[in-house]
Design a protein. Structure first.
Length: 156
């Protein structure tokens, strides 16, 4: 009597994950029980090829949405900054045409608006470089610190 060979589950799994057939089709092709194949696949969490493609598309969509959200946020910040710049310019112009007592109030309001503007608009890379230079930070130290901070960012 000829001995029955043990199924090559790795080969069956690769065929399934490559999308070469359903459980039933692969069970017939590899001469194994459909129920056993289904149990092994469930226990080992086999994933059919189209599911991997779906995950890739899902990730690409997530990245694209994050980029779009960042763009929308940047546009909103830009609009806020334009409003602040306009208010600062208007106050500066009016401060020159009012009494000295009122000028002090206008200048305080301008200072407050500039503080708000600085909170909304993060410094540019050029601004950060100027700050680093002013504080005597070497370029290598700056780049190393930046890389370390970048890696510490929470992932979405």
């Amino acid at each position: 009597m000829q001995r029955k060979r043990k199924p090559n589950w790795e080969k069956i799994r690769l065929a399934y994950e490559a999308g070469e057939g359903s459980y039933r089709e692969l069970a017939a092709r590899f001469n194994v029980s459909f129920g056993t194949l289904q149990d092994v696949a469930k226990r080992e969490s086999w994933v059919k090829g189209y599911d991997k493609t779906h995950d890739k598309i899902k990730e690409q969509t997530r990245v694209k949405l994050a980029e779009e959200k960042a763009t929308i946020k940047a546009k909103g910040i830009a609009a806020d900054l334009q409003v602040l710049d306009s208010a600062i310019a208007t106050l500066a112009l009016s401060a020159t045409t009012v009494e000295p007592k009122s000028q002090e109030g206008a200048y305080n309001a301008i200072a407050n608006l500039i503080k708000i503007k600085n909170q909304i608009a993060p410094p540019s890379a050029e601004d950060l470089a100027d700050i680093a230079i002013a504080n005597g930070i070497k370029p290598e130290e700056f780049i190393l610190a930046l890389a370390q901070k970048w890696q510490q960012q929470p992932k979405d």
